[in-house]
Design a protein around this ligand. Structure first.
Ligand SMILES: *Cc1c(COP(=O)(O)O)cnc(C)c1O
Length: 394
């Protein structure tokens, strides 16, 4: 049922009011003020492959993409995204009708919510969740319904998922590998999601920005590869995390034409287009970087994860070993009253910044004693952080 438009505007304003300021701003300011090592923000402190950086500079000099690129993205990049999806997962997408280039995964998420949801729709999302999910669901006038992932493994509770479905449920919003917990959904968990989606005729949106950041024996399986799922899944990924260029904001959406058309309609009026020269550079990286690159990325991050995990454990944290992403979630119940207090005090106590995971929950109690550390930093930075954290018990 459509609300009268004036009332609808008030509802949206009220719903956005809760997103006034973010903990990231507070913690980053604290990091600067105290000279702390910032393990709060999730971006690498070294840039991606030299060939990628050089090809962006080359594209600018050659006049490629300096003016508005085509609305759906440059054909070279749409073809490269299709080729990557085919090579890695055996999924075929038509670059002209089923792939849309966006201003990072962030715009992809916003355009998907605005393009597919109606006021009053319910979106089931696995919490803790990435902060833009809640905000963009609210912008669409829809309602988020959390299904909580619990430590130590943060695996999906299939019964909780089934119980969350109501007649108003329209969408499942899934993120795997999962920020902030580092959980990677198994084939069995994905099968439960697929069964619920098919039974209730739901659209599934999958945020796969960490698709290449998986460790140990974890494997990223796109939900769209499961039987019956390709044409009801909107898959989202991005170059930022894979190629360590989070400032470039080149993302993409892959979906069957009826879904993609709706997303594209919304995207046109968000940024219209962005990042012309970067689109060419990312196309080149997707086409040319092979197994060596992806294995190297994984090995490098596995070493960083192990370095920080060992340091946190030695400092008295309960560490939940991540199987993907570049975040570690740790429990500070033994070290402080709660995660928020702990994170506000950590910079002055030992010169390190982390994020209290409670900000990623609606069900605040579930994340009260959890904090998130990013380990996508140079080894010497992580070693210094570990040295500082070791003084906590003293
Ligand atoms: C970083 C991140 C994004 C945003 O990706 P961009 O391409 O930088 O916009 C989206 N989802 C998750 C889970 C992320 O961690």
């Amino acid at each position: 049922m459509q609300r009268p438009s004036s009332k609808g505007r008030f509802v949206r304003n009220r719903q956005l009011a809760e997103f006034g300021t973010t903990i990231f701003a507070e913690m980053s300011a604290l990091a600067v003020a105290t000279g702390s090592i910032n393990l709060g923000q999730g971006f690498p402190d070294t840039d991606g492959p030299a060939s990628l950086l050089e090809s962006a500079a080359e594209a600018i000099r050659a006049g490629k993409g300096n003016q508005y690129p085509p609305g759906p993205g440059v054909p070279e990049l749409r073809q490269a995204v299709a080729g990557h999806r085919q090579r890695h997962y055996g999924l075929s997408y038509d670059p002209d009708r089923e792939i849309l280039i966006t201003a990072g995964a962030t715009e992809a998420i916003a355009a998907t919510m605005l393009g597919l949801l109606n006021p009053g729709d319910e979106v089931i999302a696995l919490e803790p969740y990435y902060d833009s999910y809640a905000a963009t669901i609210a912008m669409a006038g829809a309602r988020r319904v959390p299904v909580t992932l619990h430590p130590p493994r943060f695996e999906l509770d299939g019964d909780a998922l089934r119980r969350a479905v109501t007649p108003r449920t329209r969408m499942l919003l899934i993120n795997s590998p999962h920020n902030p917990t580092g959980a990677v959904l198994s084939r069995a968990e994905l099968a439960v999601i697929a069964a619920v989606a098919i039974e209730h005729d739901l659209v599934v949106v999958t945020d796969e920005v960490y698709e290449h950041l998986v460790f140990d024996d974890a494997v990223h399986i796109p939900l769209a590869t499961l039987p019956g799922m390709r044409d009801r899944t909107v898959s989202i990924s991005s170059a930022g995390k894979t190629f360590s260029v989070t400032g470039w904001k080149i993302g993409w959406v892959m979906a069957a034409p009826p879904l993609l058309d709706a997303v594209r309609t919304a995207k046109q009026f968000l940024t219209f287009v962005s990042g012309g020269p970067f689109q060419y550079a990312v196309a080149g990286a997707l086409n040319t970087l092979g197994a060596d690159f992806y294995t190297g990325l994984r090995d490098d991050l596995t070493g960083k994860r192990d370095l920080l995990a060992a340091g946190l454990t030695a400092a008295g944290f309960r560490v939940y070993q991540p199987r993907g992403t570049y975040f570690i979630t740790a429990d500070v119940a033994h070290l402080a009253d709660d995660g928020l207090t702990f994170c506000r005090e950590l910079p002055s106590r030992c010169g390190v910044v982390a994020i209290p995971s409670t900000v990623f929950y609606d069900n605040k109690a579930a994340g009260a004693s959890l904090v998130r550390f990013a380990f996508c930093k140079q080894d010497h930075v992580l070693r210094e952080a570990v040295t500082r954290l070791a003084t906590l018990g003293a």
